[in-house]
Design a protein around this ligand. Structure first.
Ligand SMILES: Cc1cc2nc3c(=O)[nH]c(=O)nc-3n(C[C@H](O)[C@H](O)[C@H](O)COP(=O)(O)OP(=O)(O)OC[C@H]3O[C@@H](n4cnc5c(N)ncnc54)[C@H](O)[C@@H]3O)c2cc1C
Length: 644
């Protein structure tokens, strides 16, 4: 029996990025004793890396903006696969969340008349992204952290203990969501409910359990399953896997966003993001022949909204009311595919990308003021002065639109009472493709909602569900398994590299049936080998051990991506199939759910773990449909939906 410390809380939030911190603040303000747990140092979450801004229709730069326009843009960007109620709540509530940040101390860039400044971004009809230079995520996290500290100071005054009602466990990893009613527990057979999380300290390896009736997963994305990615080390799909293992489904995991502009050179920095603000502020894409090729790639559904000539596109920056936007500002999926095609056609840059140029578009001083991080990033990492020469850029795995299925209003996961999810780990909001800036607003809108409903759920329970010792023992044994690998143990780093290669090459930006089938075959082999992943030494300071545990999550999530991608025989948003190149209206109302399959007796470790299920999306509410022209809807909706 494992001796494991236990603590009791009302709400546990897993993840201290924008979604997790906003959830924790809300839960604590609603009276719940709240614990936040995160893998990195407090304040170091992936959200810190967000550059361009946070989308909210405040209408500060163009008064034409409002929630309806933002909703329309979001639905178009997601090619109408979005969970429309989430897109509605998001568009309506994002401005309040930004103003709230300001009252908590966030210092946004200003317009000349002193309002919060807003910048252009791909797919947004109006300048909509509130920003702090190109370091918006840092300001967002700094502000939320400051708010947490302020709440802790209030608690100190009342209880003499800063952490009485809000505590952060940093540099700790959650490996299991625990549930009551599980085998071996005193309440076996009762309706299973969330009862807490099993965790370990990364530095010491010490195990502990946080008991709580409500758990909010806010663990971010999955990018570390791909070789070329803009994502940080934390993005190993933990929350996605924790939810699957707890019995919750993931939705539409085939949709992975490849951001069009990552660095391509030198190799050590390949994948690092080049913010979309570069194009929002006037940067243009050219191929090796010097051509602004994006004019050749405007798809039919967007033809009326984008400039057809360079002159018109350039005039739009000064006079957006009388000109159409340049196609460099098409949604990310379109731009990424176009770059891919140019490189494939032999018109790429020397290192396999294309050229992104601001140097001929703005004075050097303006570039340094508006894009300070980009200036330093290229100077320091690639020895390129972006005020004097073009950057080389290419697609990089950036964001996952698929995620834990949630109820739109409450962020609760269906079928697992007590489990909530918010932020990048949750699915549905962005449909098949996320617009830039819509993640930071998503984190705040749904982080707040998750915290609110988790607190309400916890306070409504008569008694917290019990954590069984059997479940704790099983979680401890699972976590210790890599120390007991036999002779012939597999190296977790080798397995990780092979996984990244398989996902990048076979389930990447352009997909083909045979390659995805091959990916699933390779994943089977990797699963069998990962069951033998072994590490030496002990639990203190052992990154190989951490990776062995992360592999379980990356393999589960990768199987979801590959399986769903193989099933969806169309191209839409962040899922492009060379063998099924068009967007099919009949697929519009179809959601693909991934569920975990319990291994049958006699199954080996390579057995498939994921079962797919098709569900139909709820019909879009008529007043929301009325925001679009019928002609436009006809391009997206299935025939029967048009007449419902
Ligand atoms: C370079 C870059 C720039 C971007 N710029 C923008 C932008 O300008 N605008 C925009 O809207 N979006 C942007 N995005 C996307 C956006 O930053 C992310 O989608 C968003 O920050 C995700 O926030 P989150 O709160 O969901 O997760 P995160 O901020 O990633 O936080 C996840 C948290 O979960 C913790 N965690 C994970 N697994 C575990 C575990 N097993 N146990 C305990 N803790 C765990 C992590 O330690 C971390 O604290 C950008 C992304 C990148 C990579």
């Amino acid at each position: 029996m494992a001796q494991v410390d236990r603590q009791q809380w009302d709400v546990v939030v897993v993840g201290a990025g924008g979604a997790g911190l906003r959830a924790a603040i809300e839960a604590r303000e609603r009276g719940a004793r709240t614990a936040v747990i995160c893998k990195s140092l407090f304040g170091k979450a992936h959200t810190v890396m967000a550059e361009g801004g946070i989308a909210a229709s405040m209408g500060n730069v163009n008064e034409g903006d409002n929630w309806q326009v933002h909703f329309r843009d979001t639905m178009r960007g997601g090619k109408f696969l979005n969970q429309w109620r989430m897109a509605e709540l998001h568009a309506k509530e994002a401005p309040d969340r930004v103003w709230e940040l300001e009252t908590w101390g966030a210092l946004f860039d200003r317009t000349p008349d002193g309002k919060i400044s807003q910048r252009n971004f791909g797919g947004h009809e109006y300048p909509r992204l509130a920003h702090v230079g190109d370091r918006t995520g840092l300001e967002l996290i700094r502000t939320l952290q400051q708010k947490i500290v302020a709440l802790q100071q209030e608690d100190f005054k009342e209880y003499g203990d800063y952490e009485a009602r809000l505590k952060v466990f940093q540099e700790c990893t959650v490996t299991r969501v625990l549930k009551s009613g599980s085998a071996g527990g005193s309440d076996a057979g009762a309706e299973p409910r969330v009862s807490g999380v099993f965790c370990y300290e990364r530095e010491t390896g010490r195990f502990f359990v946080l008991e709580a009736p409500a758990v909010v997963l806010a663990t971010g994305g999955i990018g570390k399953s791909f070789k070329t990615t803009s994502n940080s080390w934390e993005y190993t799909g933990d929350g996605h896997a924790l939810a699957l293992l707890a019995g919750a489904p993931l939705v539409n995991m085939e949709f992975v966003q490849f951001h069009p502009t990552g660095m391509v050179w030198p190799p050590s920095v390949k994948g690092i993001l080049v913010t979309e603000s570069v194009r929002g502020d006037g940067g243009v894409l050219r191929n090796s022949e010097g051509k602004r090729f994006m004019f050749d790639y405007i798809p039919d559904v967007f033809k009326e909204k984008y400039a057809q000539t360079e002159d018109e596109g350039d005039r739009w920056y000064e006079d957006p009311d009388n000109n159409r936007r340049p196609p460099e500002l098409l949604p990310r999926d379109e731009v990424a595919r176009a770059i891919n095609s140019e490189v494939k056609a032999g018109r790429g840059s020397p290192h396999g990308g294309v050229f992104l140029d601001v140097s001929t578009r703005m004075p050097a001083e303006t570039i340094k003021r508006r894009l300070p991080s980009m200036y330093h990033q290229f100077k320091e990492l690639a020895d390129v002065d972006i005020t004097a020469e073009a950057m080389e850029v290419g697609p990089t795995c950036h964001y996952v639109m698929g995620g834990i299925a949630v109820e739109s209003d409450t962020a609760a996961t269906p079928g697992v009472p007590g489990l909530f999810a918010a932020g990048e780990v949750a699915g549905g909001m962005h449909g098949s493709n996320r617009l830039g800036g819509n993640s930071l607003s998503d984190l705040l809108v749904f982080g707040r909602r998750a915290g609110l409903h988790a607190a309400q759920y916890a306070s409504a329970l008569a008694a917290p569900p019990a954590v069984s010792q059997a479940e704790v023992d099983a979680a401890a044994a699972e976590a210790l398994a890599p120390f007991h690998a036999d002779e012939g143990a597999e190296n977790p780093y080798t397995l990780h590299q092979e996984l990244q290669t398989a996902m990048n090459d076979l389930v990447g930006i352009i997909r083909r049936e045979a390659e995805m089938a091959e990916a699933l075959e390779r994943l089977r082999g990797l699963r069998a080998r990962a069951a033998r992943a072994g590490v030496e030494g002990h639990r203190q300071f052992n990154p190989g051990w951490h990776l062995s545990l992360d592999l379980r999550n990356m393999l589960l999530v990768s199987e979801c991506v590959a399986r769903a991608a193989l099933e969806r025989t169309e191209s839409r948003g962040g899922h492009t199939r060379e063998d099924c190149p068009s967007m099919e209206r009949d697929w519009r109302p179809v959601n693909l759910l991934c569920r975990l399959v319990e291994p049958a007796a006699g199954d080996g470790p390579d057995a498939d773990r994921i079962r797919l299920e098709r569900t139909r999306t709820e019909p879009i509410r008529p007043d929301l449909l009325a925001l679009f022209e019928k002609d436009e809807l006809a391009k997206y909706l299935a025939e029967e939906e048009l007449y419902e």
